[in-house]
Design a protein around this ligand. Structure first.
Ligand SMILES: [Zn+2]
Length: 143
């Protein structure tokens, strides 16, 4: 845990925001990114960027991303689910798994998706998806 690191501090998030946590990875709804259908997949230790991941973390990341993406698609019905990793503002490795629903206008699709932080934040609606996400993720991960 590194002070001032947002992904590290997510360890303290309330249970209502947690889709899953296992030994290596966690997925939660993050305040400030709580657009309904957005979830943060993060490595649970302070590892910098993808180059800082261990072999075990690298070997499991793809499955976590796949199963979360499947759960987001299933729970939200969104026709596209984005996986976004910038590694700049918060270099602790994480990926934003973001539903892109039909309601998202063309200028807010693809790289414009982050603009939704200015007009679609809705924490109660984002948290309301967590129980269904947890169930769907567990089912996909058990395959
Ligand atoms: Zn960190």
């Amino acid at each position: 845990m590194t002070a001032g690191c947002t992904p590290c501090e997510m360890e303290a998030l309330e249970d209502a925001a947690v889709v899953f946590r296992d030994d290596l990875w966690a997925c939660e709804v993050l305040d400030g990114f709580d657009v309904p259908g957005w979830f943060v997949l993060r490595v649970r230790r302070h590892a910098l960027r993808i180059g800082g991941l261990s072999d075990a973390e690298l070997a499991t990341y793809g499955r976590r991303a796949r199963d979360l993406s499947a759960a987001v698609s299933e729970v939200t019905g969104a026709p596209a689910t984005y996986l976004l990793t910038f590694g700049e503002a918060n270099p602790h490795f994480h990926t934003l798994v973001a539903a892109r629903g039909d309601e998202v206008p063309p200028e807010r699709r693809l790289g414009g998706i982050m603009q939704q932080r200015t007009d679609r934040l809705d924490r109660p609606a984002a948290l309301a998806l967590v129980p269904a996400m947890a169930e769907a993720y567990a089912r996909h991960a058990a395959r």
